[in-house]
Design a protein around this ligand. Structure first.
Ligand SMILES: [Cu+2]
Length: 137
């Protein structure tokens, strides 16, 4: 049993090594975003995990989870955004982000929990860069 647990931990940390991960809190919800691959130009799959109170807390049975990735207007370039309504997949949510160009993208996650309370989580990511942030400790 211990061996199985250890290899699961190793596998999940290996898959994060070259991928994308961001964690933080919004009110009393711990939000974790991740993707097996580094976020890049084109289609990206994002996994959203929500836990009450802290990392590893009770899974939040959210009613609605949405993501918005956007890049502000710049000289010679219009504002761009990609929005998606996430699908519940087991204990987490899955969304797509279609990012038309390289660079730094801002993102927001909008969550409506089981009690209809609204939460918003914000972050940013440089495409092509492996990232792992944990900004709530
Ligand atoms: Cu955490």
């Amino acid at each position: 049993m211990k061996k199985i647990l250890l290899s699961t931990v190793l596998l999940s940390s290996l898959s994060f090594a070259g991928g994308f991960m961001d964690m933080g809190t919004s009110g009393d919800i711990h939000v974790m975003l991740s993707s097996d691959k580094v976020l890049s130009e084109g289609a990206n799959k994002i996994k959203v995990e929500l836990n009450r109170g802290e990392h590893g807390g009770a899974v939040v049975a959210a009613k609605d989870v949405r993501v918005k990735f956007f890049m502000p207007e710049m000289p010679g370039m219009p504002y761009m955004e990609s929005k998606d309504i996430c699908k519940k997949t087991g204990e987490y949510f899955e969304c797509n982000a279609n990012l038309p160009m390289n660079g730094t993208w801002q993102y927001q996650v909008f969550i409506k929990d089981e009690n209809n309370k609204d939460y918003k989580y914000k972050g940013s990511v440089n495409l092509g860069q492996a990232s792992s942030t944990h900004n709530h400790h």
